[in-house]
Design a protein around this ligand. Structure first.
Ligand code: MG
Length: 350
């Protein structure tokens, strides 16, 4: 006969197993339901999570913007954020870049068997806090579980929709010679913070990711209507890549001044040490803005009033030639071509 003392131990083992994701959590059955109720609904509950086959939404009139992004960052928790916060910010910022006010988001998770439930809870709560800050609602989602070894912890996809107000039309094709170029803060923070954490590097001043949802920036820029020509968030490939994309799409030449581009000392120093260039490092809470020259100073002053964009700067100007190219005036006064990112810089940073 089994000694009675074994029973509590077995119970404890079952409980421990349940503190991690099991294949059954992705079965679509009872345990899936439990996972949704206890983790996702508990963190996000809103009246639009009706648990139908689709979310049913009322949309205001206007043009709809839609954007999707998948997040495979490693590590999942990093200085300045985590994959949950990042998965909201990434999609929100892509909507904001198109002039849209973010309204609703879907979230989809691919989770590796054995993933700690405590980490999943932290990620779901972080998504809830960020979404609430923006005023965007998480209205539908999906959860899949794959066998241990078939994924790396957790991957998240978010899709967002937003409405573009009347009079807003941000497109590279509207960028013309004479326009000014603004960046909304320090360049390279996210990419360097992730890289430093992976390499186990520490600095006197910690390198923090700039991961942030730029909804306030969107509210501010929307007041400037047609004066804003185009916006793009310098994520993978960094500022250099965004400038090259716009130069090509608009068929214009771009000149920037290295001394005008804000880069934190800790980031510059760490980049020098690692042989990296902060202008190619990813940001997750910054925007590049192309604006009418006459409004540039006023927009810069408005950006200076917002906490997320108080270190904004005008970094350069648009010219008719050399079309499709970006030139940078170095600190020493020389001019060189600032090319597009070639190859993979730092993998899995978002
Ligand atoms: Mg983008």
């Amino acid at each position: 006969m089994q000694p009675i003392t074994d029973i509590p131990r077995r119970k404890e083992e079952v409980k421990m197993k349940q503190e991690r994701i099991l294949m059954a959590h992705g079965s679509g059955g009872l345990m899936s339901q439990q996972l949704i109720d206890e983790i996702f609904k508990a963190a996000w509950n809103n009246e639009l999570m009706e648990m139908l086959d689709s979310a049913i939404l009322n949309l205001p009139a206007g043009r709809l913007a839609m954007s999707t992004d998948s997040f495979v960052i490693t590590p999942l928790f990093f200085p300045g954020g985590d994959i949950g916060k990042l998965s909201i910010c990434g999609t929100v910022n892509d909507l904001v870049a198109c002039g849209a006010k973010p309204l609703y988001m879907s979230t989809a998770f691919i989770i590796e068997e054995g993933f700690p439930l405590s980490d999943l809870r932290k990620i779901a709560e972080s998504m809830a806090v960020t979404a609430q800050e923006v005023g965007v609602k998480l209205v539908t989602g999906d959860t899949k579980v794959v066998e241990k070894g078939s994924a790396d912890g957790i991957f998240i996809n978010t899709t967002g929709i937003g409405i573009i107000p009347e009079g807003i039309n941000y497109r590279p094709q509207r960028v013309k010679p004479g326009d000014k170029i603004i960046v909304t803060g320090y360049m390279g923070d996210h990419g360097l913070a992730i890289m430093a954490q992976r390499e186990g590097l520490s600095f006197n001043t910690p390198a923090l990711s700039d991961c942030a949802p730029l909804y306030q920036l969107g509210q501010m820029t929307s007041q400037y209507g047609q004066a804003i020509k185009c916006m793009r968030d310098p994520t993978r490939g960094g500022l250099a890549t965004v400038l090259n994309e716009i130069a090509r799409q608009a068929g214009v030449g771009i000149r920037v001044k290295e001394s005008s581009i804000p880069v934190l000392e800790v980031i510059r120093g760490a980049c020098d040490m690692l042989g990296m260039d902060p202008l190619y490092m990813a940001n997750e809470g910054k925007m590049v803005i192309f604006t009418d020259a006459e409004k540039a100073d006023e927009i810069l002053a408005e950006l200076g009033k917002l906490s997320q964009t108080q270190n904004a700067a005008i970094i350069g100007e648009v010219y008719s030639d050399p079309a499709g190219m970006v030139l940078i005036e170095t600190e020493l006064g020389a001019e060189r071509i600032l090319g597009m990112l070639e190859g993979e810089h730092v993998p899995r940073i978002c």
